[in-house]
Design a protein around this ligand. Structure first.
Ligand code: ZN
Length: 259
């Protein structure tokens, strides 16, 4: 049994977002001061847990939080990835808000790998959100390797070393090129803000797909940078095969499309 005083600390910071066949349990906000280029910036951090209706049997009503906390210890959650959202400013009410839907990249975000531009995009989008005064960075933990997982991404990298591009490598391993779903993140976004948002992405298809999935996004701002010999092919593939806009569309992708 979880003690009542523990439940009372957590009760108002845990909410359920109902979906048709499942629910997202959102915890937060938690104050998170972050070192952004030497400056301390305070975000509000949330994390969420996706539970199928089966997993949440008996978790309903008034005692939800108590029952949920009581059950978590037995669920081995550390073995499954859970996503985050970092919220900045008066996200609910601000007139403009920037959104980044960032797919986790273990190698790029954590180790600073230059095989992709993820680490740069993560850092840069946090700065853009802060400069804008309001926004949210969604960090999507089940999106590793465009949804194929870290182990499979390692295999895809081995194929890429033999000349396969990002798309071909995923397909050769029997995966779809891109199996990421944004439904969870959109349901969390809808809970935190109903006014329109601007999406940080180089991919107009992503804006379109997110709109179709119910996201209230009105426009897009691009984010290119940190181009090097290590990720040039990766970035070129994004432009030539995955619908990302490049320099020919007036966007800045230095050196990539010029050759
Ligand atoms: Zn990456």
């Amino acid at each position: 049994m979880i003690k009542p005083e523990i439940v009372s600390i957590l009760k108002n910071k845990i909410q359920t977002i109902e979906r048709s066949d499942s629910a997202n349990i959102l915890v937060g906000p938690i104050t998170l001061p972050v070192n952004l280029d030497g400056e301390t910036v305070t975000f509000k951090w949330y994390s969420w847990l996706h539970l199928t209706n089966e997993e949440r049997t008996g978790l309903a009503g008034e005692e939800l939080t108590e029952k949920l906390i009581g059950r978590l210890a037995g669920m081995k959650l550390a073995d499954s990835q859970q996503s985050s959202v970092l919220v900045y400013g008066d996200f609910e009410h601000a007139d403009t808000a920037l959104i980044r839907m960032h797919s986790i990249c273990h190698t790029g975000d954590i180790f600073g790998s230059k095989r992709c531009d993820c680490g740069y995009q993560l850092h840069q989008s946090m700065k853009m959100i802060v400069e804008n005064g309001s926004g949210a960075l969604f960090y999507l933990a089940n999106h590793e390797g465009r949804g194929i997982g870290l182990f499979s991404k390692a295999m895809a990298y081995l194929l890429q070393e033999e000349g396969y591009d990002t798309v071909e490598a995923n397909l050769e391993l029997g995966f779809e090129d891109d199996s990421r779903s944004y439904a969870d993140a959109i349901s969390v976004l809808q809970r935190l803000r109903s006014k329109p948002v601007t999406l940080i992405t180089n991919n107009p298809k992503k804006l379109k797909a997110l709109k179709a999935a119910g996201m209230n996004a009105v426009k897009r701002v691009p984010l290119w940078g940190d181009v090097s010999v290590f990720n040039e092919k990766y970035l070129r593939t994004k432009v030539s095969r995955s619908g990302h806009l490049g320099a020919q569309d007036g966007e800045i992708l230095p050196g990539i499309m010029a050759r």
